[in-house]
Write a protein that binds this ligand. Structure first.
Ligand SMILES: Cc1cc2nc3c(=O)[nH]c(=O)nc-3n(C[C@H](O)[C@H](O)[C@H](O)COP(=O)(O)O)c2cc1C
Length: 327
């Protein structure tokens, strides 16, 4: 039985989800060096522009030389097919055969301009976009999508038409845009999408631990593509555990400490000045601190640190003297 499960798990392909502000190239490289488990990452979105010139710095996060850890699929946020194609073809020329279109972003600033999940009520706009974009791409595209802006009916309405396009895969986060990241994922609606679609599907949402993965992979046993975002920051061992079927890492706290130190050092080189570095590192603790719920006081002290050196001292003291890993 265990052997059987192992074989099955090798069949699974794991995707690192795009998390703007978190899973940039530094994170992706350091993560793959320290923990592994992911087969590919979708990079946080780059907005398309109507300029006809793209500066390398604009796509710095996905420049191949900055991405040594794992294969990457760049993601584009756009509602204008021509601009999308221009950026996608630029990315093709620097080495990316496939790009991903963001139809999931729920943030009001994005959605009210009919971008991201704000485009989902407008089936005709999406189909017009695809009619122009798909034939004009030098490479191929996939789509990351939610169930809808307001209601899963939006995706139910769209899927029969999506089946007609040459799209690599559809990554579905089964929430609506209005839900953002709260409330539960709607697995019944996800299942209904599965029944309707002819495209390869990637499941994404709330795979918080190994048990969640087993439960989902048993329910959706035709799926072998899974995407994990926030929960691989909260538990960086998760993808490798899913891949191997074993939770066999020994020195977990030491591994987390080394991962943290490396991130800190790399961001110190990349970011401009101590306050950017401090903000970046404190931001990561939004998810990194989740397994350490009982250490609220220490987490508060880390959050209140005022210089990178003080911050690093506090974090290292925490890992050396307090931290316990129970998962
Ligand atoms: C802070 C944050 C930033 C995100 N940035 C992006 C993004 O750039 N592109 C995208 O398609 N989704 C983005 N997402 C959504 C995630 O990729 C993912 O769909 C969502 O977090 C659900 O997966 P999870 O439960 O495994 O985290 C973001 C989510 C969060 C919380």
């Amino acid at each position: 039985m265990a052997e059987e499960r192992n074989l099955i798990q090798h069949r699974h392909k794991l995707y690192l989800a795009p998390l703007k502000g978190f899973t940039d190239h530094v994170f992706r490289n350091v993560f793959s060096e320290h923990f592994g488990g992911f087969d590919v990452a979708v990079a946080p979105f780059i907005s398309s522009k109507s300029d006809t010139k793209i500066k390398r710095n604009y796509v710095k996060d996905v420049l191949p030389e900055n991405n040594t850890g794992m294969p990457v699929i760049p993601q584009i946020l756009s509602k204008t097919a021509e601009d999308f194609v221009f950026l996608a073809n630029y990315l093709y020329d620097i080495g990316y055969k496939a790009v991903n279109w963001n139809l999931g972003c729920p943030f009001p600033m994005v959605a009210k301009k009919r971008r991201g999940s704000g485009m989902l009520p407008h089936t005709d706009m999406i189909l017009e976009f695809l009619d122009t974009a798909v034939p004009a791409l030098k490479g191929t595209m996939s789509i990351k999508i939610r169930l809808g802006w307001k209601s899963p009916d939006e995706l139910f309405r769209l899927i029969p038409s999506l089946n007609q396009y040459d799209i690599d895969e559809l990554m579905i986060h089964p929430r609506t845009g209005l839900q953002r990241y709260s409330g539960t994922t709607d697995l019944d609606s996800f299942e209904h999408c599965l029944e309707m679609t002819e495209l390869p599907i990637v499941y994404n949402g709330d795979i918080r631990n190994y048990e969640d993965f087993i439960r989902l992979s048993e329910r959706f046993n035709h799926i072998n593509r899974w995407m994990i975002g926030r929960w691989c920051i909260a538990n960086p061992f998760l993808p490798a555990t899913i891949k191997s079927g074993q939770n066999h890492h020994q020195e977990k706290i030491e591994m987390l400490k080394q991962f943290h130190t490396e991130l800190f050092q790399q961001y110190r080189i990349m970011l401009d000045g101590p306050s950017h570095l401090l903000n970046k590192m404190k931001g990561i603790w939004r998810y990194f601190s989740l397994p350490f719920d009982e250490f609220k006081k220490t987490m508060k002290r880390i959050k209140k640190s005022t210089s990178p050196d003080q911050y690093l001292d506090l974090v290292n003291q925490f890992f050396d003297n307090e931290a316990k890993w129970e998962q």
